[in-house]
Ligand binder design. Structure first.
Ligand SMILES: NC(=O)c1ccc[n+]([C@@H]2O[C@H](COP(=O)([O-])OP(=O)(O)OC[C@H]3O[C@@H](n4cnc5c(N)ncnc54)[C@H](OP(=O)(O)O)[C@@H]3O)[C@@H](O)[C@H]2O)c1
Length: 292
């Protein structure tokens, strides 16, 4: 059985790769970068290619039995996702595990949510066997905010005051490995949510407790957030995320009891808590100076 991992050099995908290798699976990983290829575990095979370049599709998809598909947020996300599904059908992939987002339909005007809704819909209408994973906001996003948390005592992700059921990417990866390797997940959709409902002020307080310092929430002003983010992110991405955060501020993204049950079903255990994640990264930060 040959596994192709698209997104396997990123935050979620690297743990999907290692989880499959622990089970001695034959794993191929798509990357656009020779440097990323060289950093892959020795027992994985790198495939150099690019979903934006159809000239590379034959090499990417040949011989694939099972596909993990993660498309990064990009202006071509929809194009990349649909192309991957078309190619999966062409080569006769047995099972596609697609990484989407929780309740994508609730913020349909955010381009990366809309792309995922359309890719999910194409997957469901295809002849492919699928599992769709719909994670909430990742705990690991907070690595981006280390500077603000440590040096300014600010938690800057503008997730609002309603709350999100944020989730650990290691649980997302574990769910993907289970979907790819266990039977019983065919043609099912699973929300992946953590156990807690977290507001912006909750996240700030939990960092404050773990770091033993004052941390306050940066607030809900999306004009300022977008203007500041444009110095770090492409303007189109800051625009897309702003729409998502406006949706979070208005309605939150809270998993229902049924959605929490889906998470436990695919994981086979309880998801990790935000407090335990923060405690462990606070320890890591204490031992590793921030890059300047
Ligand atoms: N962050 C959140 O809170 C959250 C929550 C729910 C859902 N999501 C979704 O999760 C996904 C992001 O996951 P992540 O954080 O693990 O991603 P990531 O760390 O940014 O990694 C992106 C991966 O995509 C690959 N890639 C980029 N462009 C590509 C292309 N043109 N062709 C082929 N591969 C390409 C990269 O490979 P190379 O660079 O090696 O080529 C890398 O492996 C997005 O779809 C996002 O919407 C995120």
């Amino acid at each position: 059985m040959n596994y192709l991992i698209i997104g396997g050099t990123g935050t979620v995908g690297k743990d999907v790769v290692s989880g499959l290798l622990e089970q001695n699976k034959t794993v191929r990983v798509l990357t656009r970068s020779q440097e990323h290829a060289e950093k892959l575990p020795k027992s994985a095979t790198a495939i150099l290619g690019d979903l934006e370049d159809p000239n590379t599709y034959d090499d990417i998809f040949a011989g694939t039995d099972k596909l993990f598909l993660l498309n990064p947020v990009s202006m071509s996300e929809l194009h990349q996702g649909l192309a991957a599904l078309n190619e999966a059908q062409r080569v006769g992939v047995e099972h596609v595990v697609y990484l989407s987002v929780q309740d994508a339909e609730t913020i349909p005007n955010a381009p990366h949510f809309a792309a995922k809704m359309t890719i999910e819909s194409a997957l469901k209408q295809s002849d492919l066997t699928y599992t769709i994973l719909r994670p909430n906001n990742f705990y690991q996003n907070d690595h981006w905010f280390r500077g603000a948390i440590e040096s300014q005592g600010l938690y800057p992700q503008p997730i609002g005051n309603v709350g999100l059921s944020r989730v650990d990417t290691r649980d997302v990866a574990k769910a993907a490995v289970n979907a790819l390797t266990q039977s019983g997940h065919e043609n099912k959709t699973y929300t992946l949510a953590g156990p807690d409902v977290l507001t912006g002020p909750d996240c700030a307080r939990i960092y404050g407790d773990a770091l033993d310092r004052d941390v306050s929430y940066g607030g809900n002003d999306l004009d300022t957030w977008e203007a500041q983010s444009r110095s770090m992110l492409p303007a189109w991405m800051a625009y897309d995320f702003r729409i998502m955060y406006a949706g979070f501020q208005e309605s939150g993204l809270i998993a229902t009891t049924a959605q929490q049950k889906e998470t436990r079903q695919i994981l086979g255990e309880e998801p990790r808590s935000f407090r335990s994640f923060v405690k462990s990264i606070a320890r890591t930060w204490a031992h590793r100076p921030a890059r300047t």
